[in-house]
Design a protein around this ligand. Structure first.
Ligand code: SF4
Length: 226
């Protein structure tokens, strides 16, 4: 137990030093310990980024310098997921870089994951409702959806997520770029429309001068604008 605690502390320190996502590790010290020792029941949740293709071109995209338009073969994903199920996988978050709904087998993938008894969630830019030539049929199968909000010429790009999703399982995310009060009002309106559980506002990590300290002042300004 002492050793588990030591791993937990190490992970907490590491996570807090580099990413907001890393701190999820600290909630699962036993599973991380199992993983380090090659035991089962070590993988609870996995992210799958099935394609890096996207219908938008955000300056802060983590794919901005990569060749876009690639996608994983469906069979490769199946093999990967089946291997993780053997290690205790319970849920899958379908995400990017890239817009995952553009994956040519998006409907098939989401249905197949449910057939394996997995819980699923989706991180999307929310502005696309077609996968290949087919409508996205599976919005309602997700435990939760997080939609990133994007603007073009100070207008929020409309979400195409069905309004039937406004049951409290949609969250939203905004990369803060000195948005005007009017733009933030658009954010508030769409959050209300979808009964959003939260709106996450994060800094633009792709900015050359990015460092957490640079945003300390901005958060006060933002709260003032809201
Ligand atoms: S919506 Fe996401 S994946 Fe698409 S360009 Fe913007 S940041 Fe990149």
């Amino acid at each position: 137990m002492t050793e588990i605690k030591a791993v937990e502390n190490k992970l907490i320190n590491k996570a807090l030093s580099y990413t907001s996502r890393g701190n999820k590790f600290v909630y699962h010290p036993k599973e991380i310990w199992n993983y380090l020792n090659g035991n089962g029941n070590s993988i609870i949740s996995a992210h799958i980024a099935p394609t890096n293709k996207c219908n938008l071109n955000c300056t802060y995209c983590n794919q901005v310098n990569r060749a876009k338009g690639k996608f994983l073969e469906f069979d490769v994903i199946k093999e990967f997921v089946n291997g993780l199920i053997d290690r205790g996988l319970k849920s899958v978050i379908i995400t990017g870089g890239g817009e995952p709904t553009l994956y040519p087998y998006f409907n098939e993938l989401t249905k197949w994951l449910k057939e394996q008894g997995l819980k699923t969630a989706l991180i999307t830019n929310g502005t696309n409702n077609r996968s290949g030539k087919k409508l996205v049929e599976t919005w309602n199968t997700f435990e939760w959806i997080r939609a990133s909000l994007n603007f073009f010429k100070e207008k929020l790009i409309p979400l195409k997520i069905p309004e039937s999703m406004n049951k409290g399982n949609v969250g939203m995310s905004l990369v803060y770029q000195n948005h005007t009060p009017d733009m933030l009002k658009q954010v508030a309106d769409v959050a209300e429309k979808y009964n959003a559980r939260y709106v996450r506002i994060i800094p633009d990590c792709c900015k050359d001068d990015y460092s957490p300290e640079n945003y300390e002042g901005d958060s006060d300004v933002l709260l003032y604008k809201i």
